[in-house]
Design a protein around this ligand. Structure first.
Ligand code: NDP
Length: 297
């Protein structure tokens, strides 16, 4: 890789993304919980920076993957903040599933320092991150996008330019709102079918041969619900955050969004009931509990 890279946020998806970057060239990492960064740097033979500022000072491209855009913005400031270390000419790629308005503000603050920004959220899940086959939906100036491609291709097989800064986050929020609606709807429909006496596996098989199928029914339900495995790969709290971003996006665009609104309300309830560490597919567990049925088979 021709640019020296710095990566902040070694969480469920950030860590496997950063691991690909470590294989491509020199990498420096930072994580809020320092032990995670130390462990990662030992395993992947790269450096762990003491502060975000130190990381920025060593990097030509800074990549963030944090829960929210607000978390990213907060890392800019203070004596140890990124702004203290960033040099003019630098590139800042935010792979957080964030929100367009905060990203536009971050972009203009960075532009004052001569640093270019793009929002570059990803889809494909932790499996896609491990395999290096994520899809990146990027928002930014075409020159920034062209510069970003080499770095992003370390962990992605498709990089799609959506438009100006903020449009990557808008795309991601709408995608995840549709994912949430599909999860909730699949849970409700399958719970009702099982209660009506249809074996769960048969219901899923027929759905997947019919027009009501989705990624949820084809991949997620067979892998996680039918066998009751509920692995924790993507926190329900993060999907709830994505649906809130989509709600704001629809509101700002003057689009009535009753389905997205309702999905947000239901996910908010699920988050309150199941906690911050629950996986997103556990929203179906709550549907099961409330219906008094298990979708297994
Ligand atoms: P995790 O909760 O697993 O990890 C979050 C990371 O951010 C951790 O490294 C955590 O540090 C760090 N962090 C949390 N809060 C702060 C803060 N205030 N300041 C600095 N660092 C902070 O999240 P994921 O890795 O799953 O998700 C990251 C982003 O990627 C999210 O926006 C998510 O929506 C998106 N995403 C996730 C996918 C997935 O499958 N998991 C799929 C596609 C997108 P610490 O170790 O200290 O907790």
């Amino acid at each position: 890789m021709s640019l020296r890279a710095g990566f902040l946020g070694l969480g469920a998806i950030g860590a496997p993304m950063a691991a690909h970057l470590a294989r491509r060239g020199p990498l420096v990492v930072w994580n809020r919980t320092g032990e995670r960064a130390t462990e990662f740097s030992t395993r992947h033979r790269c450096r762990a920076a003491r502060t975000p500022r130190d990381l920025a000072a060593e990097s030509e491209v800074v990549i963030t993957c944090l829960p929210t855009s607000q978390d990213v913005e907060r890392l800019l400031d203070g004596p140890d903040g990124l702004l203290g270390g960033l040099e003019p000419g630098g590139l800042f790629l935010d792979c957080t599933s964030g929100d367009p308005a905060t990203s536009r503000r971050i972009a203009s603050r960075l532009a004052e320092r001569g640093v270019t920004f793009a929002d570059a959220p990803v889809s494909g899940g932790t499996n896609g991150a491990e395999a290096g086959t994520l899809t990146v939906m990027i928002g930014g100036h075409p020159d920034t996008v062209a510069r970003a491609r080499e770095v992003l291709s370390a962990f992605s097989s498709r990089i799609e330019h959506m438009g100006p800064v903020g449009t990557g986050h808008a795309m991601k929020a709408v995608n995840n709102a549709l994912l949430a609606i599909n999860i909730l709807a699949a849970g409700e429909g399958l719970a009702a079918l099982v209660k009506a006496g249809v074996p769960a596996r048969t219901a899923v098989a027929v759905l997947n041969l019919s027009s009501g199928r989705s990624f949820v029914s084809e991949a997620l339900v067979p892998e996680r619900v039918l066998n009751g495995s509920w692995p924790r790969t993507f926190r329900l709290a993060l999907l709830d955050k994505d649906v809130r971003i989509a709600r704001d996006l629809l509101g700002d665009a003057g689009v009535a969004g009753p389905l997205v609104d309702l999905a947000g309300t239901l996910l908010g309830r699920a988050r309150a009931a199941l906690g911050e560490d629950a996986d997103y597919m556990e929203a179906i567990r709550l549907v099961e509990q409330e219906a008094g049925v298990e979708i297994r088979g």
